[in-house]
Each structure stands twice: as structure tokens, then as C-alpha cells.
Design a protein around this ligand. Structure first.
Ligand code: ZN
Length: 190
């Protein structure tokens, strides 16, 4: 079932989401939520979606990039469900990522992200998983992780002059950003 996505201003987006117990992962409630998160992310052409974006304050997010219409330059990411994720930065390096968010309609801005991270958490079967993510893909995971801590990309925009609508991004910033993305992918992989 498709769920309604909470927009900026909705207090649910500012709550720190709660850990899910291993026992809960197996429940119909959590499994249905995960199915609905995936369906909602697909419908909205998102690269990821966190549970609190659909008004459920649990530490769960889904990520998938495959020929994404919203983000045509993003390297593919296989469908990934992460429960109680933890992120470790593996380098001091940072790169500039032009981000958007399904909960912040028609706005994009530049956020600094770590290009090499390790993510630990559980999959929907309740099994521990460990993922190494690089470059733009690492940025996508950090964006979703921030949601679980009540943070939006806007909180991390270092220069508010980078803020723009999607239309103006396409007109004025996309070409330059695609060149930057190519450099990040060449340097760090994805
Ligand atoms: Zn978001």
C-alpha cells in the first residue's frame, strides 16, 4: 500500500526514531511497513525512504536506485532494507552532494558527505548486515540515516545560496553537478 509522505514542518520528521527489536522485525506490522516503504519509494521515484517519513517513528529505511528519473546521474543501488543502522565514517574526506528529499518538496541544496562509510544493521529477515558504501551511494545512505535522527538535509546545507528548486537545478546546476559526480565516482567508486 502506498503511504502518505510527511512534509517538512511535520513534527514526526524531527523525532529521533526508535530501535526495532529483533522480535518485532518478524512481525506482520514491521514486514508490512517495509513493503509499503518500498512501494511508496518506487511510486515517488525516491532513492530512499525512512520510516519516519511515512509517520512511523522506527529506525528503518529503504534505499534503491535503478535508472532513477529524479536522479539520473546516481549510480545504481540494489534494493536495501536497513533496520537499526549504524554508520562509521572511514575517511576524513568529504564531497559536495546536491541533495533533494521527498519530504522537502521542490528544493535542493549542497551538503557535505563522507565518501567512504561502513553501515551495520539488520535486514528484513533479522540477519545482521554490513555494507561498504562509497561516493554518491554513501551520500544516499547518510541522507536516510539522518532522517532516523530527526535531521533533514537542510540542516546540513553549508551555504544557503546553493538552495534551488528542481527546475532551476536542471537549468543552472545539473551539468556542473554531473561533472562533479563523475569525479566522485572515478575517485571513490560507488
Ligand atoms: Zn529525505
Amino acid at each position: 500500500m502506498r503511504l502518505e509522505i510527511a512534509n517538512i514542518g511535520n513534527p514526526i520528521l524531527r523525532q529521533v526514531a526508535k530501535e526495532v527489536t529483533i522480535k518485532q522485525i518478524d512481525s506482520e506490522e514491521v514486514q508490512t511497513l517495509i513493503d509499503n516503504l518500498i512501494e511508496t519509494m518506487h511510486f515517488a521515484n525516491g532513492a530512499g525512504l525512512a520510516a519516519n517519513q511515512v509517520s512511523v517513528p522506527w529506525r528503518i529505511f529503504v534505499v534503491e536506485v535503478k535508472d532513477n528519473a529524479r536522479y539520473p546521474y546516481k549510480p545504481d543501488i540494489p534494493l536495501t532494507v536497513l533496520i537499526n543502522p549504524q554508520i562509521e565514517f572511514l575517511t576524513e574526506d568529504r564531497f559536495d552532494n546536491y541533495e533533494g528529499c521527498l519530504s522537502v518538496p521542490n528544493l535542493r541544496g549542497v551538503v557535505e558527505r563522507c565518501p567512504e562509510i561502513k553501515i551495520k544493521g539488520f535486514n528484513r529477515a533479522g540477519e545482521p548486515v554490513k555494507i561498504l558504501a562509497k561516493g554518491i551511494t554513501a551520500g544516499t545512505f547518510q541522507h536516510e540515516y539522518d532522517h532516523l535522527n530527526g535531521l533533514l538535509f537542510l540542516d546540513k546545507v553549508k551555504d544557503t545560496k546553493s538552495l534551488c528548486t528542481w527546475g532551476e537545478f536542471k537549468k543552472h546546476h545539473e551539468d556542473d553537478f554531473i561533472k562533479q559526480v563523475e569525479k566522485v565516482v572515478a575517485r571513490y567508486g560507488s
